[in-house]
Design a protein around this ligand. Sequence first.
Ligand SMILES: Cc1cc2nc3c(=O)[nH]c(=O)nc-3n(C[C@H](O)[C@H](O)[C@H](O)COP(=O)(O)OP(=O)(O)OC[C@H]3O[C@@H](n4cnc5c(N)ncnc54)[C@H](O)[C@@H]3O)c2cc1C
Length: 394
Amino acid sequence: MKVAIVGAGAAGCFCAIELGRRLPSASIDIFESGRKPLAKVAVTGGGRCNLTNSFEGISSLNEAYPRGDKLMRKVFSTFDYKDTWDWFVNEGVELVLQEDRCVFPASQDAMQIVNLLTLRMKHLGVKVHTGRRIESVKPLLDEYEAVVVTTGGCPGKEGYGMFEGLDLELVPPVPSLFTFNIPSDPVRELMGTVVENVTASLAGTRYKASGPLLITHWGMSGPAILKLSSYAARHLAETGYDATLLVNWAGGNDHDSIKSELLSIAANNPMKMISNYHPEYLPSRLWSYLLSKVKVREEARWAEVGPKGMNRLAEVLANDAYHIKGQSRFKEEFVTCGGVSLNSINNKTLECKKHPGLYFAGEILDVDAITGGFNLQAAWSTGYLAAVSIAQKA
Ligand SMILES: Cc1cc2nc3c(=O)[nH]c(=O)nc-3n(C[C@H](O)[C@H](O)[C@H](O)COP(=O)(O)OP(=O)(O)OC[C@H]3O[C@@H](n4cnc5c(N)ncnc54)[C@H](O)[C@@H]3O)c2cc1C
């Protein structure tokens, strides 16, 4: 059997290895436009490779996969994060599970993963053709019995040119996992300030995410913002990245419960200066900024804050509004929302419904995740399933 894989990234190489093991007599060609296979894996997780996640704390898969959760549920029945853990451990890679549930090689070196996968492909006789950009998938379908497209994320529609003549349903690509620009807002003077547990949402939408928030010199970043950018990736693209961000600095508590807390601080500390005594989850600089934002004097004593002042304070802690205008990349770590529509593929096999023998795996599919190892997990799992499906048909 002759198999072509287009793209030697995480999904393509993993697929090639599994296929090589299941069909030792198969001839596997993997075409890579870059000079080396797995170039992106080499820079994942800041060069440490966050290769999966324990999924603890994920109560529903759409929390991790805003696009493609249903497909991933199916795919995980063949190969999930536990299988990923076992796979790498069986290959001799010691893994560590961090407190934040992210999994890394104990070596903290992504090159260990790159070298391992490259070596396994070599041992299995997979032919890796680097510097070979595939411009059109169609001719490959005549030459090979199975073709797996694993070309990864794609910043522009032009990356889909290789599908010409296949009449595929494609979901327009937009970026996911970015930070928010908040131009000319004095909050940026607080750059470097971190609040451990905020809830960030977009006004007038259902999009909401919780976690740490980092104020930067261009706006806001940190896990809560990256997660929100993922959940609202398409919505924000449609608005031209012009939206109102609401920050709840009190971990999602509502106006009334925040007000009760402020009233109890005031009752217990009537003579303390308001700038010196505040809810403990707020850094002092941010508290001072919020006081001036709602026009409560920093030198006032708690007993002097009247009902209107209390209301304004509770409101700014519950729904502090900022005007987002534009987005920025986070350490160049972004993924694509969009790709080959999941309607085009059989979700049990990843085979294209219109073109038997054509498979898709990895980020080229309209599947993407929040940060934390979930994107690579999708690449390993879909790459694996494509290999299983091809081997079963052989
Ligand atoms: C800087 C950065 C850090 C990241 N860190 C993490 C992390 O720690 N954990 C995590 O889970 N996710 C991370 N991600 C996301 C993750 O890397 C991707 O989701 C994952 O690599 C997707 O795998 P893939 O095989 O689908 O695509 P890729 O790994 O992108 O591989 C696709 C390959 O196809 C090749 N290609 C493209 N077009 C063609 C063509 N026409 N012909 C031939 N070859 C082609 C490309 O050159 C590329 O090598 C990170 C992303 C970035 C950008």
